[in-house]
Design a protein. Structure first.
Length: 133
């Protein structure tokens, strides 16, 4: 029996509902995403962020009374509609990202994708090419 490679494990994690919640926080807060944008940091971050967000959501569900389900929204959506709960979720995701980013085991890794300077050089190149045409 062969051990599954990272590609085979990665997709199911990303497709999970908690993964979508974490991704939404990262879209809302690019500064958090920038902390963990190396291959090993991303894997560690997602692993721990998914666990801790799941625990936080469970705690919020336990601590808060929600109206009976009427089919209009999930219990997670109902909880996260409240700014204090959404803020707690963002803080939890940020805390995980900061912990992973500060781990010395990942200090030598390069970030995925181009850095800000490379992006700017590409924009300059594209502007020049478009101006020539």
């Amino acid at each position: 029996m062969a051990v599954p490679g990272p590609e085979e494990i990665w997709i199911p994690l990303v497709d999970e509902p908690i993964g979508a919640i974490v991704q939404e926080v990262l879209r809302e807060h690019p500064d958090i995403d920038a902390l963990v944008s190396t291959p090993h940091r991303i894997l560690a971050f997602r692993t721990f962020a998914y666990i801790r967000v799941g625990i936080l959501l469970g705690q919020l569900l336990f601590d808060n009374d929600l109206p009976p389900y009427d089919g209009s929204e999930t219990w997670v959506d109902a909880l996260l509609r409240q700014p204090t709960h959404h803020d707690a979720l963002v803080r939890e995701v940020r805390t995980v990202a900061e912990e992973v980013a500060s781990d010395p085991r990942y200090s030598d890794e390069e970030q995925l994708g181009p850095d800000a300077d490379a992006r700017e050089r590409f924009r300059d190149f594209a502007r020049k090419r478009l101006a020539e045409s």
